[in-house]
Design a protein around this ligand. Structure first.
Ligand SMILES: [Zn+2]
Length: 260
């Protein structure tokens, strides 16, 4: 991982020195290839796998191995249910939920932005309950981390993540995937810039078990590219870095014949 990053950073610097051109602004016409050069340049500045500075906010990687920067800040907007999200995602989020409702469904946001203090409280409470159940401090901390993200490693702290459930089934478990709401969201979320962040078969890479309710905003263009790639976000960010190498395969990353 580290070596790949270092190599990616070096390549990025080389690219910057030789052929820097301003990256195109997101035009909404959604071509995955547009984003590749951007991500390369960013590797030199932003090791967390981000893109251009103006895109970095929605490309931020937060997982058990990538802690939120201590100076992280976000401008929040409060939703009608009192929960908060990064104000830059509100329009797409509202569009997605409105269209989901138009399809006759009832999606409910049950978790959105969480400040560090909230995450700390959840985490400490979990440890306390485990301690009370007989765990040692050490094993309790380990076990707690499986259920509640260690403070600083929860994507909910970015304001870009949402847990959305069906009004008819508000339990966060695997059965959630069978609700009409999740089926609709999984099929359409990319159209609004969201990805299902923790797919069933990527737990070892994401560090989080299957969560058929946790959606993460990455922007429409990126969400479409992630969907087409069949990769999880970690893999996708890595692919951006390696795709930068000398023989840039720019045009259409794939014309897949269906098999993914
Ligand atoms: Zn979540």
């Amino acid at each position: 991982m580290k070596r790949i990053r270092v190599i990616a950073a070096l390549l990025a610097v080389l690219l910057l020195l030789t052929a820097w051109t301003p990256a195109p602004r997101e035009a909404g016409s959604g071509k995955a290839s547009v984003e590749a050069p951007a991500a390369t340049q960013a590797a030199a500045v932003e090791p967390a796998g981000a893109a251009l500075p103006e895109e970095a906010w929605r490309m931020i990687l937060v997982n058990p191995w990538n802690t939120l920067p201590e100076d992280f800040t976000v401008e929040l907007e409060t939703l009608s249910n009192g929960m908060k999200v990064d104000k830059r995602i509100v329009k797409d989020l509202k569009d997605m939920l409105a269209d989901c409702r138009k399809a006759g469904l009832r999606p409910i946001i049950c978790s959105a932005y969480r400040p560090q203090a909230t995450q700390e409280r959840l985490y400490k409470n979990k440890i306390a309950r485990l301690r009370a159940a007989g765990y040692t401090q050490e094993t309790a901390e380990k076990e707690a981390g499986r259920w509640v993200a260690v403070p600083g490693t929860s994507e909910h702290q970015t304001g870009l993540a949402l847990d959305i459930v069906a009004a008819s089934y508000q339990v966060l478990d695997k059965k959630q995937e069978s609700t009409a709401e999740q089926k609709w969201l999984m099929e359409h979320c990319w159209e609004y810039g969201f990805i299902l962040r923790y797919p069933s078969d990527k737990s070892e890479i994401t560090g989080i078990g299957y969560e058929p309710w946790h959606y993460r905003y990455v922007g429409r263009e990126t969400a479409a590219a992630v969907r087409d790639s069949g990769l999880c976000f970690e893999e996708y960010l890595d692919s951006l870095k390696t795709a930068k190498a000398p023989q840039m395969k720019t045009e259409k990353p794939q014309e897949t014949a269906g098999a993914s």
